[in-house]
Design a protein around this ligand. Structure first.
Ligand code: HEM
Ligand SMILES: *[C@@H]1O[C@H](CO)[C@@H](O)[C@H](O)[C@H]1NC(C)=O
Ligand SMILES: *[C@@H]1O[C@H](CO)[C@@H](O)[C@H](O)[C@H]1NC(C)=O
Ligand SMILES: *[C@@H]1O[C@H](CO)[C@@H](O)[C@H](O)[C@H]1NC(C)=O
Ligand SMILES: *[C@@H]1O[C@H](CO)[C@@H](O)[C@H](O)[C@H]1NC(C)=O
Length: 347
């Protein structure tokens, strides 16, 4: 199945914990709570209660078996969800395949490295649901629900997922550029990127905690190692031992598959280690490190590094908010029969 293939058959390089640093837990200061979520009409927690009573169970079971067999699925799906919601809203537009008339979102430069496990995850759930309640559950709802279940399964918080999204009718690769954050953005860029989409600085920091799982390809952080500035090849913000280990992994520029875990200590567990890492110079991407260096974001990094309960609460709330960005309801869009095709296009 073309839509479940991996673009990059990557060998995951295990960076074992190689240094022990005493963690300096800062005093948690009083910080404002994230802004509350506006109620979204036509979405509800029990949307499929009568039309597809087994929805919750089918998603949970499919997610569980896939994650056990492919442990990279949780991170792959979480990133897929984020990229879907940022372009045309959370409407499964990222799942649509290109054809000779349309280059779809998923084939845009910023999406090309989205791992096949995320797409495969959604297709498996859709297949199971079509057998039980055909043409009922939208692909957009599947992404949101599966992401929540996976985050919870790998140790993260449970949060509510409203349902009733419709699938979008537009998936255009040219809409991706500028609608996803990049690692070369300044903190000003990042803050305004998220603010424009309704997220506070604190919510942005909380959402970045998603990088407590998964991995990044060398191309995303190589410049920090070898090309930081003319006189300083390696970004001084990176812990020197960490930088040395990363340089070994990324030494061969030709090997585009090489990658490192976003969270070097607990790469498969959803926890607050990402924030603790940032305090120790163990942030992988430039934008990760920047969260600890900028005075607007640093207090939140310190808060979450010191208090996982607070991180989980805020991450859950921010995810609830992210999952209703630009949703289509009522008669907008459609409920796709196949997640990789609009209904009016023959396979
Ligand atoms: C703050 C701005 C952000 C930037 C610049 C950014 C950038 C990136 C980059 C470059 C990668 C590596 C991709 C690869 O090499 O394959 C990545 C991975 C990832 N991102 Fe982000 N990201 C950001 C925010 C987010 C948010 C808000 C989420 C979700 C809520 C998220 C979830 C993930 C996940 C889970 C991975 C790992 C994917 C995997 O292992 O398959 N990111 N991100
Ligand atoms: C995609 O967007 C571009 C730029 O807005 C536009 O020229 C093109 O016609 C769109 N493609 C489709 C199939 O709508
Ligand atoms: C960031 O990198 C992209 C290519 O990945 C480039 O097109 C863009 O101009 C860069 N942005 C900045 C602010 O340097
Ligand atoms: C951590 O955050 C939770 C939730 O806000 C709060 O109830 C708890 O008191 C905090 N713990 C510490 C040690 O500050
Ligand atoms: C809610 O759904 C109804 C019918 O399904 C539709 O007429 C109405 O426009 C929708 N409201 C919003 C705010 O989407």
């Amino acid at each position: 199945m073309a839509s479940s293939s991996n673009y990059f058959p990557f060998p995951i390089i295990l960076l074992l914990p190689f240094l022990i640093i005493t963690i300096n837990i800062p005093e948690s200061s009083s910080l404002p709570t994230p802004s509350s979520q506006a109620p979204t009409p036509n979405l509800s927690l029990d949307y499929y209660k009568t039309s597809c009573p087994d929805f919750v169970k089918i998603v949970r079971e499919t997610v569980t078996s896939k994650q056990i067999n492919n442990p990279t699925t949780a991170a792959a799906t979480l990133r897929l969800f984020f990229h879907d919601c940022m372009v045309e809203g959370c409407d499964a537009s990222v799942l649509v395949s290109s054809n000779s008339f349309n280059k779809a979102e998923r084939d845009a430069h910023d999406n090309i490295a989205l791992p096949g496990d995320g797409f495969d995850m959604i297709i498996r759930i859709k297949t199971a649901l079509e057998l039980t309640c055909p043409k009922t559950v939208s692909c957009a709802d599947i992404i949101s629900q599966a992401t929540r279940d996976l985050v919870t399964m790998v140790g993260g918080p449970f949060y509510n997922v409203l349902l009733g999204r419709r699938d979008g009718l537009v998936s255009n690769s040219s809409r991706v550029d500028g609608n996803l954050p990049r690692t070369n953005m300044t903190m000003d860029n990042l803050i305004s990127f998220f603010e424009t989409r309704g997220f506070s600085i604190q919510e942005m920091v909380a959402l970045s905690g998603a990088h407590t799982i998964g991995f990044s390809h060398c191309v995303e952080f190589r410049d920090r190692l070898f090309n930081y500035s003319p006189n300083t090849p390696t970004d001084p913000a990176i812990n020197p031992k960490f930088a040395e280990a990363l340089k070994k992994i990324c030494a061969n520029q030709e090997d585009t598959a090489m990658s490192a875990f976003n969270d070097v200590f607990t790469p498969g567990k959803f926890d607050n280690m990402y924030f603790q890492n940032l305090e120790k110079g163990l942030g992988l991407l430039a934008t990760d490190s920047a969260m600890f260096m900028d005075k607007r974001t640093k207090p939140f990094v310190q808060l979450y590094a010191a208090n996982q309960t607070q991180f989980f609460l805020d991450f859950g709330r921010a995810m609830e908010k992210l999952s209703v960005v630009g949703v289509k309801t009522g008669n907008e869009g459609e409920v796709r029969s196949r997640c990789d095709h609009f209904n009016n296009v023959s396979a």
